[in-house]
Design a binder for this molecule. Structure first.
Ligand code: AMP
Length: 431
């Protein structure tokens, strides 16, 4: 127990964490270019926020939340998704009073008590964006294009973008009735949760993970058959904008998303080859959510992409992630007197912006060189007391196997020069 992490969680170790740092760099840059600002909300929120914001009849709320009472007796939930919290923060901090629309993005861990398997974890990371304050279908297209741009920048191929419209509260009552009629005739084929959903929220049945419910839902009436004229016009406008942007899509009338607050556009991005959990991201419009959370009637749209699945896909597609060199230089010491001077010199080089490390285990010069080799350092400075007296050090190019003496005061410059020459020789994280 003490040496085992909880099921469905992972340790991201050195060697792996650089991949995450790379994803984060791409995300920050992408978001800046699209005009989004970062928001960081708490890891836990009041449980009601998700019950209200995600929907009481959803799988997430009914089966998957990490909910507990804190020591003050309040019901707290580890966030299972990002949108409800962003909307809460938007309201609490009155962001609606500033310039509109408000374009926000986040990255971070989400928690769902799901059955762990390849691509499905209990703690996983999402990158998401939310835009509040505009109905414009161009924005739906922008948000979708942005998600595709993110995958494109990472080099992902063979993605399927599925898109649908789930309508609005005006067109939904008709669909609801049609769905109830449809499922009432098949009620004995539904799981117990879905039997309960039949009267309360039959749309959710279409999103149940149980095989029997999926089977029963085949050929069910779809939202596209019952869109009101406004929703139909909005959907067509989004598709037209996507065509103009050259974003390929497939209309999937059976697509419903796992959260209750979606209206109009719903989309999902899937990929083959990473197993049964093939959705690498999804999102949609949620025009009713801000009001549902007690705010003004303000529309919203966003996406959430699963970063573990993105990395799995990159690995599966053989995409290599650039890896910055770990250290610019390793400082090895030849004798006791040099060792005495080493830390000061290392610190000075660090303050000049170089990544430097030294030996802390009292190793011989030979084993320090071996250690530097294991670290993959391209350059080693060898410090000896004779040389120090003459104001010089030895610089060893590890890959060329050559070495030369240089004046101590030129050390930082030489290391930087070496780094510039060897930039193309950076390591790579392979698959
Ligand atoms: P959702 O918030 O359910 O719309 O999920 C958005 C994306 O998050 C999905 O497309 C997945 O890529 C990812 N995701 C959702 N649940 C999990 C999970 N349990 N483990 C890993 N990734 C997940």
């Amino acid at each position: 127990m003490l040496t085992t992490r909880p099921r469905g969680t992972s340790d991201i170790l050195p060697g792996e964490v650089e991949k995450w740092q790379y994803l984060e760099q791409v995300i920050h840059r992408l978001c800046r270019e699209y005009g989004y600002s970062e928001i960081r909300t708490p890891i836990f929120e009041h449980t009601e926020l998700f019950e209200r914001g995600v929907g009481e009849t959803t799988d997430i709320v009914q089966k998957e939340m990490y909910t507990f009472l804190d020591r003050g007796g309040r019901s707290i939930t580890l966030r299972p998704e990002g949108t409800a919290a962003v909307v809460r923060a938007y309201l609490e901090n009155k962001l609606y009073a500033g310039p509109q629309p408000v374009k926000l993005y986040y990255t971070g861990p989400m928690f769902r008590y799901d059955r762990p398997q390849a691509g499905r974890y209990r703690q996983f990371n999402q990158f998401g964006v939310e835009v509040l304050g505009s109905h414009d279908p161009a924005l739906d297209a922008e948000v979708i294009a942005m998600a595709m741009d993110f995958y494109g920048r990472l080099g992902l191929k063979n993605l399927n973008l599925l898109i649908n419209s789930v309508g609005c509260p005006r067109c939904r009552p008709v669909l609801r009735e049609k769905l109830q009629d449809f499922f009432r005739a098949r009620v004995d084929r539904l799981c117990s949760h879905c039997r309960g959903r039949l009267e309360r929220n039959p749309l959710r049945i279409l999103d149940c993970k149980e095989e029997r419910c999926r089977e029963a839902g085949k050929d069910a009436p779809t939202s596209l058959d019952y869109l009101c004229p406004d929703c139909e016009a909005h959907f067509q406008a989004v598709l037209k904008q996507l065509e103009k942007l050259g974003v390929a899509f497939t209309v999937d009338r059976s697509l419903v998303r796992g959260l209750d607050y979606y209206t109009n556009t719903a989309f999902e991005i899937t990929v083959q080859g990473i197993g049964a959990q093939n959705s690498i991201g999804g999102g949609g419009r949620y025009n009713g959510l801000v009001k549902e959370c007690g705010g003004p009637d303000i529309p919203g749209i966003g996406f959430a992409l699963g970063l573990e699945r993105v990395l799995l896909t990159m690995e599966q597609q053989g995409i290599v992630i650039p890896r910055p060199p770990k250290l610019d230089v390793f400082l090895a010491t030849a004798d006791e007197a040099a060792r005495d001077r080493a830390l000061v010199l290392v610190q000075r080089l660090r303050q000049e912006g170089l990544a430097v490390d030294m030996d802390y285990l009292g190793r011989s010069l030979k084993s320090q060189m071996k250690y530097a080799g294991k670290l993959g350092v391209g350059l080693v400075v060898i410090l000896g007391s004779d040389e120090l007296e003459r104001g010089v050090v030895t610089l060893r190019d590890m890959s060329a196997g050559s070495q030369r003496e240089i004046p101590l005061d030129r050390l930082a410059g030489e290391v930087r020069q070496h780094g510039l020459k060897h930039v193309s020789g950076e390591g790579k994280y392979g698959s």
